[in-house]
Structures are given as structure tokens and as C-alpha cells.
Write a protein that binds this ligand. Structure first.
Ligand code: ADP
Length: 486
């Protein structure tokens, strides 16, 4: 099967969150299973210098912007995955992030930047196969590429099949309806059964409405987004799509994330050499300026510092553990008020709370390895990758029972002798604190803690199962697209 993945991020070229890990690891797993895959990604500033360009293809001006676009063909570094980098310098060659400028403000022309990505994908997926590679299915990810399903549906018969994966429904790609013409959407698409969304347009909705299949990243999140509370305005549409909507649990790249071979760590270890993990713990304490203490647990947290991630819940419930000597190692960046509240905790707890602001892939590995317990107190979590990395690194997670966290972590007290972590229900500091206390009590009982660690490390979180599930969805989508064109 020939699959065109279309995404705004893919490791190792560009990453702001889990989407980037998923796109590359899924593509590699599909490739390993015998499928043919290309990843279409914007050529943000500096990307082209990091790859070897094998050929270029002139795409013309697919959106009528008056500026030409082209595809640079390369391979994602460190993988065998073919990348098609969409070059359009006025839109993508800028200092700043993929979505925001250097001040953290959304780029004002994001509608054009990502409409171009979707339009390029639709053009490349035409039956005429402009690049000499006939596409069976286009797999779009999140709002930044969802419009491809709209373009192909509007162009009509004989089209490639389309699949949209929602990595986070909260990001709906909302813009003013006056921009409809600029993104080359027909006026008739501004309708409740189209792009219209509470008086605006939502680019995500193009995929929710027109993709042959819609997936999200865990079975529980697939259920949650079909309820009024979790569906944030899209639940009716998602219920209406019926069996076309499914949840497929994300995997992880278990070669890149292996504590036995991880080059970022001071010392490799595996489930039979858990003692060696303590070298990583001590190295982490040194690196972050935490007291080199052995008799208090080190709690790790890596991620976006946002309301969604429950950082305020954690701050509200952490004091009892800190008073007992626990240490906290945090890596991330996000909402200024939460960053400020965390900075205040650092100041109040020298040597016991450390915060590294910003994005640091290698340090994230060292936190997964060096911490004793890992915190994921999210209010909602479509899948979540950090709890999977933590379990793989023998660091039992404390998580809220929501989305993919509910699907991947088994509470040790609810399932004595079978748990892989600790789970709480209410999105409240007290519920988090109680679960953390249970985790710390278990940590103090070393053989018990080691049993929980080993179970987490034995988990099968690779992509083989997920890739097989996506392959089935692609087949369904191809059948649905064919049925439509008969
Ligand atoms: P989301 O996509 O909602 O941000 P996920 O848990 O699905 O959350 O994925 C987040 C990914 O980004 C994980 O691989 C995590 O390790 C990584 N990550 C998040 N923040 C940082 C950071 N500050 N430094 C390094 N890696 C980070």
C-alpha cells in the first residue's frame, strides 16, 4: 500500500509534541511491515540543511498565492522513511516555531501556511500521480493537514482515500470565515455540515466531515470525544460518523527509547540490572542541582506546562511529598502563570525542586531514567507518550484516569501484583496527592517497587500492533472511497 503521511511535525526534523514522534515511528513501522510510505512536511527554516536532497519537484502555485512551491525529496535522518519537504520560503523559512513567532504569538498567516500543506498533499495524491508515485491513502494528522480531505472530496471522483488522525481535539484550527476564499474552499463549504464552527471556520472539521476514516490516539479518548464534555462542540459530528471513528493506541519507537542503549544516559540498564538505574538517578541530581540524597524519591515531569497537563493540580498536591523530602525534576515550558508558580516552588525549595525551561530531548531521556516516579496529572490526555517512556525506563507513573493514560497504566493497588503505576480519578490536588502517597509508600518497599518497575518495563508498547490497526483502517478507507466513486 502507498501511504502519504501529511503532518506539521516529524522527528527528528521538527518536534513540539507527541505528534512528531508518532508520525515518524508509525511510518517506520508501516515500512517495516512492507508498505511504501512518504511523509510530507513543511520545510521550516534550517530543515533542508539537515538532510541530503535526492531530487526536487516543482509544484507550481497550488493555492494561487503568487509564490511557487516545490518538494525536496530526502530521508528522515536516522530512519529509512522518505520525506517530502514542502518548500515555500515566504511561508516556512522564518525564525520562530512551526506555529508561533519568536514572541510565542500564532503566525497570522497560519491558515495559508497549512492550507498550502494540505493543498500540496491533495495535488500529489491526484490520480495522475504528478511525482510518479500513485497514492492509495492520504493520512492527515491534526488540523494542520485535515483540509486535504476537503480538497480531495471537493475535487471529486477517483480520488485517493483519506484518513484523519486527531491527536488533540482541542486544537481545531479556527479562523475567521472571511478567509474561506484564501484557502480555496468553496463558499458552499461554509455550512454546519462543512467547515462552519460556531461562526468561524475550523480546518480540523474538514477532516472530521470528509475523511473516509477518522481515528484518534486511544480507545478511551475516542469514547470521550463523543460525549458533550470531551467533544468540545464536535461530539455530535463524531457520533454521526459512527463506526468511521476509531481509537488506535499510539506506540513508541522502542529502539530510540531503550534504557539499555540510550546514549543520553550516564549508565545503561535493563530490567535485570535495575541497580544501574541509580547511577542515572545520581547523575540527574547532580545535573539539576538537587541534593544527592538516596532516601527520598525523585519525581520527574516532562511536558507542556499547561492547564491540560494538570500542572496546577500537581502544584496544589505536591507539598506533603516535598515536606517528606521528595525531590521534583521538571522539564518543559508553557503558560507564563504556571511557569512562574513553578519558579516560586524552586525558590522555596532549594536543592529539592528543579525546573529546566525549554525543550531538551537528551535531558528528557535523563529524567525518564533518573527519576523514581513520574507524574502525568493531565486533565485530559488523548494518548500521552511520557507515561509510556517512563514505564519503559522503569519509572512507575502517577497518572489521572483519562484518555490514553487510562488505557496504558494499571493501578498497583487496584490490581495488586499486576500494576504498572498509580492512577487517580478526580482532577483535584487531593486525589493526586493521595495517589502520589501510595506510590511513595510502594517506593519505600524496594522489592515491591521493583516488581512494579519490571512489569512496566515488560510492557509491549512498540508500534507493530498499532501499525497493523492503521493498515486495517487504510483498507476500510480505500473501500469507502471506491464505493463513493462507483
Ligand atoms: P503532547 O503531544 O500533548 O504535548 P505527549 O505526551 O503525547 O504530549 O507527547 C509529548 C512529547 O514531547 C513526548 O515525547 C515528551 O517527552 C516530549 N516533550 C515535551 N516537552 C518536552 C521538553 N520540554 N523537552 C523535551 N521533550 C519534551
Amino acid at each position: 500500500m502507498r501511504i502519504l503521511q501529511v503532518a506539521s511535525e516529524a522527528v527528528p526534523l521538527c518536534k513540539t509534541g507527541g505528534l512528531a514522534d508518532v508520525v515518524t515511528a508509525l511510518s517506520q513501522a508501516l515500512l517495516d511491515g512492507g508498505d511504501d510510505v512518504r511523509v510530507l512536511l513543511p520545510a521550516y527554516r534550517g530543515l533542508l540543511e539537515r538532510v541530503e536532497i535526492e531530487r526536487r519537484f516543482e509544484l507550481g502555485d497550488p493555492l494561487g498565492l503568487g509564490v511557487p512551491a516545490r518538494i525536496a525529496c530526502a530521508t528522515l535522518p536516522g530512519t529509512r522513511v522518505h520525506a517530502w519537504l514542502l518548500q515555500c520560503d515566504p511561508l516556512f523559512d522564518r525564525a520562530g516555531g512551526p506555529y508561533v513567532d519568536e514572541q510565542g504569538r500564532d503566525w497570522l498567516d497560519n491558515h495559508l501556511r497549512f492550507a498550502l500543506l494540505a493543498r500540496a498533499a491533495a495535488t500529489l495524491a491526484l490520480a495522475s500521480a504528478p511525482m510518479g508515485w500513485a497514492v492509495d491513502v492520504v493520512h492527515a494528522h491534526d488540523w494542520q493537514s485535515a483540509l486535504v480531505a476537503g480538497y480531495l472530496a471537493w475535487w471529486g471522483r477517483g480520488r485517493a482515500a483519506t484518513v484523519l488522525t486527531v491527536h488533540n481535539l482541542q486544537f481545531a484550527g479556527r479562523f475567521a470565515p472571511q478567509l474561506l476564499g484564501a484557502i480555496a474552499a468553496p463558499p458552499s463549504s461554509y455550512a454546519p455540515a462543512g467547515l462552519e464552527f460556531y461562526g468561524q471556520i475550523s480546518l480540523l472539521k474538514a477532516g472530521l466531515v470528509w475523511a473516509d476514516r477518522v481515528t484518534t490516539v486511544s480507545p478511551t479518548y475516542a469514547d470521550e470525544i463523543r460525549t458533550p464534555e470531551g467533544g468540545i462542540g464536535f461530539d455530535g459530528l463524531l457520533r454521526h460518523r459512527g463506526a468511521a471513528v476509531q481509537g488506535i493506541l499510539n506506540g513508541i519507537d522502542d529502539r530510540a527509547w531503550d534504557p539499555a542503549t540510550d546514549a543520553a544516559l550516564a549508565q545503561g540498564y535493563d530490567a535485570t540490572r535495575l541497580g544501574d538505574k541509580r547511577v542515572c538517578r545520581l547523575a540527574l541530581q547532580r545535573e539539576l542541582g538537587l541534593h544527592e540524597q538516596d532516601d527520598a524519591p525523585v519525581l520527574g515531569l516532562v511536558g507542556r506546562l499547561t492547564w491540560q497537563k494538570g500542572i496546577d493540580l500537581m502544584l496544589g498536591g505536591i507539598d506533603v511529598a516535598l515536606a517528606q523530602g521528595a525531590q521534583l525534576a521538571i522539564l518543559g515550558s508553557g503558560e507564563p502563570e504556571l511557569e512562574a508558580a513553578l519558579a516560586a516552588r524552586v525558590a522555596a525549595n532549594p536543592g529539592r525542586v528543579a525546573l529546566r525551561r525549554g525543550y531538551d530531548e537528551a535531558l528528557s531521556h535523563r529524567i525518564f531514567a533518573g527519576a523514581d516516579l513520574f507524574l502525568v496529572p493531565s486533565r485530559f490526555e488523548p494518548c500521552g507518550l511520557t507515561q509510556l517512556y517512563a514505564m519503559r525506563y522503569g519509572t512507575p507513573p502517577v497518572v489521572r484516569r483519562t484518555g490514553g493514560l487510562a488505557d496504558t497504566v494499571r493501578d498497583e493497588d487496584e490490581h495488586p501484583g499486576a500494576g504498572t503505576g498509580f492512577v487517580f480519578d478526580a482532577p483535584e490536588p487531593g486525589a493526586f496527592a493521595a495517589a502520589l502517597q501510595r506510590a511513595i509508600t510502594t517506593w519505600r518497599d524496594r522489592p515491591h517497587h521493583e516488581a512494579v518497575q519490571r512489569r512496566g518495563m515488560a510492557g509491549q508498547f512498540g508500534w507493530a500492533r498499532g501499525a497493523a490497526a492503521y493498515r486495517r483502517v487504510y483498507e476500510e478507507a480505500i473501500a469507502a472511497a471506491r464505493a463513493e466513486s462507483v
